[in-house]
Design a protein around this ligand. Structure first.
Ligand SMILES: Cc1cc2nc3c(=O)[nH]c(=O)nc-3n(C[C@H](O)[C@H](O)[C@H](O)COP(=O)(O)O)c2cc1C
Length: 314
C-alpha cells in the first residue's frame, strides 16, 4: 500500500475542529487530505449563525472541506442542503453516528440506525441533489451491533462517495474497544469505498489497520489528531517527529489559535473555556504537573505561561 493511495480525513469534533482549528492545523501541520466539519443542524426552524459561519467559504482556507449535516428526515435535509449548495459545496456528509442523547432522541445521528425506514427516506431524498456527492459517517448501531445489517443494503443501493464507519455502538459512547471483528464483516459487505475511524493514535496503528484491510479508501483521525496534530503528516512523510520538533510546531499552532480566537472571545472566562479543553487531549504523555498547571490557570496570562512552560519541558 502506497501512502498516497490512502486518504487521511480529519474527523469532525464539535467544539474542537471548527474553521479556525482546521485552517491553522492545515497551515502548520498539513498531512490531511480532507477535513469534515462538525455537524450542521436544523433546529427550531433555523440553522445557528455560528454553524453557518463555520462553513462559509470566506472563513475556510483548507483545500478540501466536506460539510457534515445531521438530519432526521428529508425536510431537515432539504433545509441544510439549501445552505450547503448556496455556499457552492459539491459534497455533504450525513451523520449517522452522533451519540449525544439530545440528538439521538430526535432520530438524529446514531438515533437513526434502529430505523431503516427513516434511513431509506433520507437516502431517497439525496436523489434530489444529483450534483452533490453524499457520504455517510456511522456507527455499527445504536444499541445492537447488528443494526447495520438492515442499514447497509439501503446505503449500498444509494449513490455515495464513501462510508466512514466507527465500529462502536452509539449507546457505548466511547466505552469498550472499537469492534474490529464487526468492522471486518461490514468491510466484506460494503459496496462503497470505506473509511475506518476509531482510536487511532500512532502510525503503527494506521499501518496495522491498512494491513488488515488493504482495500480501505481511507482513515479518519479524531481524538488521536487532537492529541498529536502531526499524526497525518508523520504517516504521509514516514517521519517520526522528536518531542522538540512536536513542541515547536504545537507552540506555533497554539499561538496562532490564541491570536485568532482571543479577539472573538471576551474576558478570561470565555478565552480559557475555549482553549483549555484542547489540553484534555494534546500531548497525552506530557508530565502531569505541566498539564495540571494549564488546567488550574485562572487568567489568560497564567494560562499562556503554563502552556509555554509545558511545551519547553516536553
Ligand atoms: C467532542 C467530540 C465531538 C464530536 N463531534 C462529532 C461531530 O460533530 N460529527 C461526527 O460525525 N462525529 C463527531 N464526533 C465523533 C468523532 O468524529 C469520531 O467518530 C470519534 O471520536 C471516534 O474517532 P477517534 O477515536 O479517532 O476520536 C465527536 C467526538 C467527540 C469526542
Amino acid at each position: 500500500m502506497v501512502q498516497g493511495d490512502i486518504k487521511i480525513f480529519a474527523a469532525p469534533l464539535q467544539g474542537f475542529t471548527e474553521a479556525v482549528w482546521r485552517n491553522i492545523h492545515c497551515e502548520v501541520f498539513g498531512g490531511i487530505d480532507c477535513y469534515v466539519t462538525p455537524f450542521l443542524r436544523y433546529e427550531h426552524g433555523c440553522i445557528r449563525n455560528k454553524d453557518i459561519r463555520d462553513i462559509e467559504r470566506k472563513n475556510n482556507t483548507v483545500p478540501h472541506l466536506i460539510p457534515q449535516i445531521i438530519a432526521a428526515n428529508p425536510e431537515e435535509l432539504a433545509s441544510l442542503m439549501e445552505l450547503i449548495a448556496s455556499e457552492g459545496y459539491t459534497e455533504a456528509d450525513i451523520n449517522m453516528g452522533c451519540s449525544f442523547a439530545l440528538q439521538v432522541r430526535k432520530y438524529h445521528g446514531a438515533g437513526l440506525l434502529p430505523h431503516p425506514d427513516k434511513v431509506a427516506a433520507i437516502m431517497n431524498a439525496t436523489r434530489q441533489y444529483p450534483d452533490i456527492k453524499f457520504s455517510v459517517k456511522m456507527r455499527l448501531g445504536w444499541e445492537d451491533k447488528h443494526e447495520w445489517h438492515n442499514i447497509l443494503p439501503i446505503l449500498n443501493e444509494t449513490k455515495l462517495s464513501h462510508i466512514t464507519l466507527h465500529p462502536r455502538l452509539g449507546s457505548e459512547q466511547y466505552l469498550n474497544a472499537a469492534d474490529i471483528q464487526e468492522f471486518a464483516h461490514f468491510y466484506e459487505k460494503c459496496k462503497h469505498p470505506l473509511v475506518y475511524n476509531g482510536d487511532i493514535t500512532t502510525i503503527k496503528q494506521i499501518e496495522d489497520i491498512l494491513h488488515q484491510f488493504p482495500n480501505l479508501h481511507g482513515l479518519m483521525l479524531g481524538r488521536g489528531l487532537l492529541a498529536d496534530p502531526t499524526l497525518g503528516i508523520a504517516y504521509k512523510q514516514q517521519h517520526t517527529f522528536t518531542n522538540r520538533e512536536k513542541a515547536a510546531l504545537i507552540a506555533t499552532f497554539h499561538n496562532k489559535l490564541y491570536q485568532t480566537l482571543s479577539p472573538r472571545l471576551q474576558g478570561n472566562t470565555q478565552q480559557l473555556n475555549k482553549l483549555k479543553p484542547y489540553w484534555e487531549y494534546l500531548l497525552p504523555d506530557m508530565d502531569k504537573r505541566s498539564r495540571k498547571a494549564i488546567k488550574k490557570s485562572t487568567t489568560v496570562e497564567k494560562y499562556l505561561a503554563a502552556v509555554n512552560n509545558a511545551l519547553s519541558n516536553y
